[in-house]
Design a protein around this ligand. Structure first.
Ligand code: GMT
Length: 382
């Protein structure tokens, strides 16, 4: 069978620290490696995007602050840039990651273009675009409209697919395409990183990474750590994709300042992932939890709340320990089990890695996106 021609794909995503932007950058990278031409459109270069990758281009959106506007507008300049890039590079597909405002801008761009230059629009939902903004009456009708007007919608978990139908009343089909993760090589050795963090050989390293938004319940995590006895057994590193300052007071009050090390703006996350023994996640909601997968890829098991799409990523008792949300005692007990039982920790970690490799590797997931693009393109030409 003849090989399908490579596609020209525009990706619009948030460039900042957040799972949706990380996933979009990784996807662009993988698509380019498979021969497609990929154009990123955003207000900044996505932070994990490989600058040296062939066939990957970045088009910045310029935002002007007109005196008349109390709040700068991003949606309209984004839609204009998307339309310009789509026409100039003859894009087949615009892939919008995160509905607000990317899907709206993509639909507007498509409608602005003459029919022969119109790309298809694929929108991928990542979580809070449905679970948070989808509940907001000031956003929901516009999100629903952009989704219904997209040529295809995907969601990063079955949980998110169902929530989107339920919360937004979207009638259109939603395809589940799980997230994937491909680790880049670490730059420093495991020993060097543990030394930098002041972790002794006989100590365990706990790790949390996120944007630290309120939904991540850092308070629950800190309260859980404070309940553990003999804190000399471990240290925790927090890879903060947002400011840790709001939590510093609680760290001091709970007497955790010698236990917790915070690192902000980490560029090579793999250095720390390889050095960790146990991941800890206490979110009230998560549609997938890419960070959990990142640790799993390094055979590091996690204690996590059993919420949203997390049970699709890891199985309780098989590849992680899952606990109810908002319960610091349950988190502390589960961490204690892993601290004390090395055989269990190793078994869960190995199972987490096997699951990550078998189900959430680029070789499996990227073709699912390619198939989605090609299906919608074929339908649009009917
Ligand atoms: O809330 C975040 O952590 C950031 C947000 C984002 O901007 O990407 O994360 C969402 O998308 C990730 C990638 O698909 C998922 O792994 C996260 O679970 C999801 N977060 C929530 O649903 C709260």
């Amino acid at each position: 069978m003849a090989e399908a021609a490579p596609l020209r794909i525009g990706i619009v995503c948030y460039p900042s620290v957040g799972g949706s932007g990380i996933l979009a950058s990784g996807l662009g990278d993988e698509l380019a490696a498979r021969g497609h031409e990929v154009h990123f459109i955003s207000y900044e270069r996505p932070f994990r995007l490989d600058p040296g990758r062939e066939r990957v281009f970045f088009h910045p959106v310029e935002i002007n602050s007109y005196e008349l506007f109390k709040y700068p507008d991003y949606t309209l300049p984004l839609s204009v840039k998307l339309a310009e890039v789509a026409q100039a590079f003859e894009l087949d597909v615009i892939h919008a990651h995160y509905a607000v405002p990317h899907a709206t801008a993509a639909i507007l761009a498509r409608e602005m273009l003459p029919p022969q230059h119109r790309p298809v629009v694929v929108t991928t939902l990542h979580g809070t675009d449905t679970t948070l903004l989808g509940r907001d009456p000031g956003y929901a009708p516009a999100i629903r409209f952009a989704l219904e007007a997209s040529d295809a919608i995907s969601a990063v978990s079955e949980f998110l697919r169902q929530e989107t139908h339920k919360l937004l009343g979207v009638a259109k089909d939603i395809t589940v395409v799980h997230n994937f993760f491909e680790a880049r090589p670490a730059v420093r050795s495991r020993d060097a990183v543990r030394q930098e963090l002041g972790v002794r050989e006989d100590q365990k390293l706990l790790l949390h990474l996120s944007n630290l938004r309120p939904i991540k319940r850092i308070d629950v995590m800190l309260n859980a750590l404070a309940q553990l006895e003999n804190r000399d057994r471990f240290k925790m590193v927090v890879l903060a994709g947002g400011s840790f300052t709001p939590y510093q007071g609680l760290v001091d009050r709970l007497g955790l300042s010698d236990t917790i090390v915070v690192r902000e703006s980490v560029s090579v996350v793999e250095d720390y992932l390889q050095a960790a023994d146990i991941g800890v996640f206490t979110s009230d909601s998560e549609s997938f939890c890419l960070s959990l997968l990142e640790l799993a890829a390094f055979a590091c098991p996690s204690v996590s709340t059993q919420v949203g799409g997390i049970p699709e990523v890891v199985e309780d008792g098989e590849s992680a320990l899952l606990v109810p949300a908002g319960n610091s005692e349950a988190v502390a007990l589960a961490v204690e089990r892993l601290l004390e039982d090395e055989t269990l920790t190793r078994r869960l970690g190995e199972a987490a890695r096997t699951r990550a490799v078998e189900r959430f590797c680029p070789e499996k997931i990227v073709p699912e996106y390619e198939a989605l693009y090609r299906r919608v393109l074929a339908e649009s030409k009917r």
